[in-house]
Write a protein that binds this ligand. Structure first.
Ligand code: C5P
Length: 218
């Protein structure tokens, strides 16, 4: 599938940051699919839904009109929720919501439709395996848990002076486990995806590795 770059990996591996920069550099659209699962989770929290009630969560996903603007802000039914979807409550429940097949089916359809109509860099957990297995370029970005926690802590500290590294590490580890062990579309490396371990690499180094691979072709 031409004009499509798919990136998967666990939280904190640098996927979204890199995908955004890469998309800008090659003039592609960036789609952060994690933000879509976060948006549905935020809507469910707003409505005080019991997270065990899968039918209700699917209904919420059906009613969720999710739009991104040029800057990557995310709007749910017209409201900009770019900040809200990063809060702790959303972190806590998003993997539960993302494990529901009915929710995934709805969001995957939207993601595939966007890839049909645009040149896109898409990042998530199942992009190389399920959403766009025929993408022209496929990458799996990872890093050690300690490094991923440190990165998230540094981002979080700017907004919240009480940010706690230990807590962040535990929350990432919990999501890793849920995402890797779920029944539908678990996080795993596609056999033909290029593995990049970003633990000891700067953003620029990861970018140039990826550009090297796709260079000359775009
Ligand atoms: O990438 P981010 O950390 O924002 O993703 C939040 C959560 O959304 C992940 O932990 C995962 O449960 C879910 N997700 C998913 N499939 C994707 C993208 C994200 O299941 N393609």
């Amino acid at each position: 599938m031409k004009n499509v770059i798919a990136i998967d990996g666990p939280g904190g591996a640098g996927k979204s940051t890199i995908a955004k920069l890469l998309a800008k550099k090659i003039n592609y659209l960036h789609l952060d699919t994690g933000a879509m699962y976060r948006a549905v989770t935020w809507a469910a929290l707003k409505k005080n839904i019991d997270f065990k009630d899968e039918e209700k969560i699917i209904k919420i996903a059906e009613k969720s009109k999710i739009i991104f603007d040029q800057q990557g802000n995310i709007f749910l039914n017209g409201k900009n929720i770019s900040q809200e979807i990063r809060n702790n409550k959303v972190n806590q429940y998003v993997s539960q919501v993302a494990a529901i097949k009915g929710v995934r089916d709805l969001l995957v359809e939207k993601q595939q439709d966007i890839a049909k109509k645009n040149k896109v860099v898409m990042d998530g957990r199942d992009i190389t395996t399920v959403v766009l297995p025929k993408a022209e370029y496929k990458f799996y970005l990872t890093a050690s848990l300690a490094e991923r926690a440190k990165r998230r802590y540094q981002q979080e500290k700017v907004k919240n002076k009480n940010a706690d590294l230990k807590q962040i590490k535990a929350s990432i580890a919990r999501r890793d486990k849920l995402d890797k062990e779920r029944e539908h579309s678990p996080l795993k490396k596609a056999e033909d995806a290029r593995l990049i371990d970003t633990t000891n690499l700067s953003i620029e180094q990861v970018m140039s590795k990826m550009i090297e691979i796709i260079e000359g072709e775009i």
